[in-house]
Ligand binder design. Structure first.
Ligand SMILES: O=C(O)C(=O)CO
Length: 275
């Protein structure tokens, strides 16, 4: 597949200006492209950072002038909703905070985990809030923020397009838990794709949630593909709203490319967000 005739694809020598929006990319989306190819290509098109790569790649990213926008600890399935996971999540998040400090990365991702039988909504909420309250002092001491990702539970067509059973699938509930943790280092990862699938009204929600937003992901809906004419969100207006706000974190391309030329696809997304 490729771009439609209406889609403007930047030439191979395109380089983003980065004047208002700091851009990054989630590496897993571009599997199986070898990182030896992908890292220099990202630098060439003007990305400022990358995420979702193994730490072994960080030195090569640095050689190409690329920062690390996000470090990972525990995954999205086994999370703090179940207290049995708390010790594992603490260890993984503290390790990720240490890595973030070492590489000057501002954020570490966290998730609620999947809903579990026998753990109701209120108990699950309390388990999550208690857990984040226990690790947030370590994040504060190290000047790293934890960003909670809200995920959609509606798309069951593909393991990375939606996560049926995810506990934190309502962005208002995620915001409520973040407010209960009550720390300047506890933030929301606002993924326009997941928010559109679950809650919608994305520009208003972005503006209302702004004081709590620490990180942004993008993708087209439906399908989690390119930000092009085949999907329903108006990314021109979305990025304008981001650029006009006082959000100063990263905007990270996290869509699954459908075009045969994956680097042309990324240039398209990056150019659209380079306002
Ligand atoms: O689907 C996503 O956005 C995720 O980050 C799951 O890891």
């Amino acid at each position: 597949a490729g771009p439609s005739t209406e889609t403007k694809v930047p030439a191979e020598d395109f380089k983003a200006t980065g004047r208002n929006i700091k851009q990054s990319v989630m590496a897993w989306c571009f599997n199986p492209m070898p990182m030896e190819t992908f890292i220099p290509a990202c630098a060439k098109m003007g990305l400022q950072a990358m995420e979702g790569l193994d730490v072994n790649w960080y030195p090569l990213m640095k050689e190409h002038g690329l920062k690390v926008s996000l470090c990972s600890g525990h995954g999205f399935k086994d999370g703090p909703v179940n207290p049995d996971n708390h010790a594992m999540c603490t260890e993984k998040l503290k390790g990720a905070i240490d890595t973030a400090v070492k590489w000057n990365c501002p954020s570490v991702i966290t998730f609620t985990g999947m809903s579990e039988k026998g753990i109701g909504f209120e108990q699950g909420t309390k388990n999550c809030v208690d857990f984040w309250k226990s690790v947030i002092p370590y994040a504060e001491e190290n000047n790293v923020q934890l960003v909670l990702e809200h995920l959609n539970s509606r798309d069951d067509s593909h393991p990375m397009k939606g996560h049926p059973g995810y506990f934190g699938d309502d962005v208002d509930h995620c915001l409520d838990m973040i407010k209960q943790v009550d720390s300047p280092k506890m933030k929301l990862l606002f993924d326009f794709y997941h928010v559109q699938v679950m809650n919608g009204d994305v520009i208003r929600r972005f503006r209302q949630s702004l004081p709590y937003i620490g990180h942004i992901h993008t993708a087209g809906n439906p399908g989690r593909g390119e930000l092009d004419e085949t999907q329903e969100m108006n990314y021109t207006a979305i990025i304008k709203a981001v650029a006009e706000s006082d959000y100063d974190g990263y905007v990270v391309q996290e869509y699954i490319p459908t075009w045969d030329d994956k680097l042309a696809s990324l240039r398209h997304g990056v150019a659209l967000c380079d306002v």
